[in-house]
Design a protein around this ligand. Structure first.
Ligand SMILES: [Mg+2]
Length: 236
């Protein structure tokens, strides 16, 4: 029986990846002043991956990676004022409105109070805390966890800390490697709700063969799936 629902946040509850993509286009425009027509995507991704272990996920790390990629791509010709522009792009991302996905509030209204609800998001503590506050959704969750990465060991620590049994937990998210696979590995249920844009780093190959794995087109279909799984809401 499912007693706990855990939710990813970025691109599961609110739009996120588009902010990165839009900002990347603005960076391409700045770099393009020195190298017209340059495709920056590959170079930026390479710098991000190189920096991931040091900076972690989040806007600050992304901003530093944009600066570094711009310096590399322009062979050091980028001007100080342009580096300032790039830093401003990062600051704008940090204060961008949090735009909820369709149907999120209705689903959280339907499940919170009936299940124990966790929000588990990876990234920078400051970014994620601020986004959660701006989303207005914090009140729907019994616990909020901001973690540096989402692997099986991290989920185990989070579940242990809150006395949650993985086998009675269902995790919902847009990323197979971060939200689905590690929770299945621990014996839990996992629901993949794909988002329109996927960061290359979150790509996966084949779907797992596991009866506890499900995919929904939209988060709004979760209550129907829960009924189908015979989940046991704690008061109904
Ligand atoms: Mg996500």
């Amino acid at each position: 029986m499912i007693e706990t629902l855990a939710f990813d946040a970025d691109d599961t509850l609110w739009h996120n990846e588009h902010l990165f993509q839009d900002t990347q286009e603005k960076l391409a425009e700045i770099v393009g002043r020195h190298r017209p027509g340059e495709d920056i995507a590959e170079a930026l991704y390479a710098v991000e991956m190189r920096n991931l272990a040091l900076f972690g996920y989040g806007i600050k790390g992304f901003t530093l990676s944009m600066v570094e990629a711009a310096i590399e791509l322009t062979r050091g010709r980028i001007a100080a004022e342009e580096i300032h522009e790039i830093v401003q792009l990062g600051k704008t991302m940090m204060t961008a409105p949090v735009d909820l996905l369709e149907g999120v509030e209705a689903v959280l209204d339907a499940v919170s109070g009936r299940y124990r609800t966790l929000l588990i998001t990876k990234g920078d503590m400051v970014d994620q805390t601020s986004k959660i506050e701006r989303s207005g959704l914090a009140g729907h969750f019994d616990q909020v966890e901001i973690v540096p990465r989402k692997d099986a060991a991290t989920y185990r620590r989070v579940f242990d800390r809150h006395g949650v049994n993985a086998a009675q937990t269902l995790m919902v998210g847009n990323s197979m490697p971060s939200d689905v696979l590690p929770v299945l590995e621990l014996g839990g249920f996992a629901v993949h709700v794909p988002y329109a844009i996927l960061w290359a780093h979150e790509a996966h190959d084949a779907d797992p063969v596991n009866e506890r794995f499900h995919r929904l087109e939209r988060l709004g279909d979760l209550p129907v799936l829960l009924r189908r799984l015979g989940a046991s809401p704690r008061s109904s």
